[in-house]
Design a protein around this ligand. Sequence first.
Ligand code: ADP
Ligand code: MG
Length: 318
Amino acid sequence: MVHHVKRQFVFFGGKGGTGKTTCAAAYAYALSRLGIKTLVVSTDPAHSLADAFNRPIGLDVIPVAENLWGIEIDAEEEAKKYMKAIQDKMLHIVSAVIVEEIKRQIEIAYMSPGAEEAAIFDKFIELMESIGNPYDVIVFDTAPTGHTLRLITLPEILGIWIEHLIEKRANAMELMKVAAKYDKDLQEKIKEDPIIDTLQARRDKFALARKILTDKKNTAFYFVLNAEKLPIIETKRAIEILQKHDIGIGGVIVNKVIPEEAGPFFEKRRVDQEQYLKQIDEMFGGFGVARIPLLDSDIKGIEQLSEIAPLILKLDEM
Ligand SMILES: Nc1ncnc2c1ncn2[C@@H]1O[C@H](COP(=O)(O)OP(=O)(O)O)[C@@H](O)[C@H]1O
Ligand SMILES: [Mg+2]
């Protein structure tokens, strides 16, 4: 029997090394075991999905287990593909002036810092569009917090930028129509405008992404952190930013919690953690907090992932 799908899009974020990939992989695996067709996508340049599942995962979607698929997106590769696609489209453009303008804008948006996030973002949208066919749920294992926040807030920024381009393009076309009044050739040329079509298609995509990201019923962001001082502050900030952008928070996962039975060697650390755990409960309790114990070895492969998976799944019931 197929279990009820709580959310279609689930993001895991947090600092590097906290256990984002492990939690994303465990969660995705748990869903797949419930009969939910799940795709887990890594967008962190420091890919470790393959490590978590203990099997190779690459640039194309591959099956990992029954009802489970995985993919690791290569940002640089996506950025290159993206630029190439745009440039190919440019060949059809009529006005040289506007070509330069658009080129410049594209470079600003895609070649500046953030270029790779933008390219990944395109891939995001492509994958998001595949929801329901065949995937019931897509789990994103994201890059460390800063990158991800920028990525997630992109649709808003790029939406405004593209609106501006469309306006410019429309004005240019108006001028061209006037110029073409006595020029049959030019009239023919500007009958259709591939650029405005492309821009409008992109605008629609960004709007769709924004709609998906802010749909709290179907999309949520999970934060993974360890019980330490700085990550708590960082998580608080990140949550505030997401809330400002109207993105839902699914819960907070405290990973690598030292268990009581860890023994005297860990005792001091354990006691320190207790204080932070309390703080985490106070600050984030409203979102739901899951605790995952520090295991005695790295978490590799499906068997070990299943050990921690129920702890994360519980968040969906909170
Ligand atoms: N609860 C845990 N107990 C023991 N090792 C863990 C635990 N969670 C994660 N690890 C290990 O810590 C390392 C970092 O985890 P990972 O999920 O790759 O972090 P991130 O994706 O946030 O960089 C990995 O080697 C992983 O196996
Ligand atoms: Mg990772």
